[in-house]
Design a protein around this ligand. Sequence first.
Ligand code: ZN
Length: 277
Amino acid sequence: MTYISTQRLDIKPTHKNCWSIFDKFDQHLIGKLFFKKQWFNIILKPHSLGLGVATESAFGLMKAINCDHYKAKTDLAHAASFLRGMGFVKQENHYMVSAETLTCPDPYLELNQSLGIEDRKLSCPFQPTAVQLIDSDIDCFDRSTKLHPQAHHAWHQMKQAAKDDGVLLQLVSAFRSMKYQAQLIQGKLDNGIPLDDILSVNTAPGHSEHHTGRAIDITTHEFEALSTSFESSPAFKWLTDRGAEFGFIMSYPKDNQYGIIYEPWHWCYHPVAGVNK
Ligand SMILES: [Zn+2]
């Protein structure tokens, strides 16, 4: 029984043929993985479905086990598509892949290639997609948002504390997928904006802190969203004084090392910085 560590997951053996899947970020249990004689089965909590967790845990397991062939059965369309993405081929009543044809799909590289973004332009660190997301607040444009459960909890505590001090904090944006980030950039390219100019404002897919479900853009009343003028608002003063108490740190101060413009509105949750873990 092997302990498996992937980019985002810790997969620990619990009993015979069974592993528990943990979110590496907070060691929270998000699912179970069963494997016996080439067959595997994955059961995930609802807030981890569709985030590539099944692919990453199955691929991690198959690499660690090293059999000739792997088999799986499913009636679910999204599960079938993740199996096909890893090279599984439909047999009569199941799916099968050989060790040689097993592939790990990497949508992140494909997205950047399709936008013409080369590695040398990626000055920001890689930011993996959250493996847990739950519904959070309605944003200032009346859209629903999603956050990692820990960041959601910290945001609510922080917003309430600000309110108690007479300060309104409001979300502009929370979780964003790599695909959505690619669409934002493609839209600007279509409008004739040069790629270098876009990348000083929008990080490349795979490099936005918004993928992690822990970054939020914040605004307050009487200030324009995503404008540098936010720095003179009472909300910004409050965040600077007390944001770290709740684990929120401003990611892109003036002249930051990533070459990203000054973003006084963008704050990211870091559990070690906060006292409310
Ligand atoms: Zn942001």
